[in-house]
Design a protein around this ligand. Sequence first.
Ligand code: AMP
Length: 398
Amino acid sequence: MEDDARTPTEKEHPGPATEGSAPVASSPTTTSAAGTNSSGPLPLRHGHELPYVAAPSSYLRPKPISRTMSDNRASGPLDKEQMQGLRGVREFLKVRTSYDVLPLSFRLVVLDNNLLIKKSLNILIQNGIVSAPLWDSQNSAFAGLLTSTDFINVIQYYCQFPDEIAHIDQFRLSSLRDIERAIGVLPLETVSVHPMRPLYEACRRMLKTRARRIPLVDRDDETGREMVVSVITQYRILKFIAVNNEQYTMLLKKPVQELGLGTYTDLATATMGSSVLDVIHLMVKYNISAVPIIDKDNKVLNLFEAVDVIPCIKGGAYDELSATVGEALSRRAEEFGGIYTCNEDDRLDAIFDTIRKSRVHRLIVVDDDNRLKGIISLSDILKYVLLYGEEDDDIRGN
Ligand code: AMP
């Protein structure tokens, strides 16, 4: 649930909306023992008895490709088709604006910078969102984005200065920059984009700064002051591409292995018995937003995401961070959609099909025995779609 807006209506160009009918991990085809930890099975809540891992392979592999078929290696025509697909998607991103990505109606929760951090956490949880733009009401200006990274920073501060726990409760959102300084992390560059600029520009800016979401900021004609229109995420952009460009994404027939899509070495992993704090340290060290949870045979059991940190510190319960990952995951919301897996032989067109139909934020790459091979994040996909084969494939702003 990393996408911020709960959207009743999705815009499409052309055709009917599809998100409402997304088969979000409802019938897993790959099973694993999510919900167990090294010290025995966790109590499973009603409806969570089945494993959470979903391999949407029924549509992830529209046409199985034989491993020995050198269709991909021999592949002048396949290369051409792939580039044609990429070019089609890039053209689409250049003629659409960020505004086009917004659903017909949506709700935006903006938080005053003066709010206590503790309260902001409750507001996010109550509204079922994981991020919100901040507003500096003194200067009537946009003041950045509150995301799970900020809460991870507060946790790091707590670890470095445990005696400060009484003060942590009194910190306001405006103190987040001081917290960054105190723990020695570089403040994230707050990039924003005008909603009417090409979507391509928003994507390039996100890739350049490694941001997973970008605020759309306009100026009020009368007052000249900034206005936050909305925030768009990598997920929403890729969904928008998938829904509106099937004629191009269907040309992306190369398997992820051949594309080198994702990360396959030096993977950060944890077990059900690891502490939440350990996993948070891994996320900070690797600058990543999710850690696969594996068993002793390297089989994937689950995934701990940065957003899973939020409920862990609800009510200022920082001492609960020593709880195990297994315990933390068992507190996930009932509507948690599951995690998605794919195989190295799966093709990018099939991944786009999955994105079109489901709420996917990353795919764990597994072998036929569900052993971890790699991870494909939305930023990997966005980067490939935007930059592969481009002469200037360094990540410049636009
Ligand atoms: P993300 O944090 O999901 O946007 O991913 C940022 C980059 O880190 C991408 O290139 C991912 O492939 C990679 N990545 C994501 N999760 C992990 C992980 N657990 N271990 C190693 N690399 C990862």
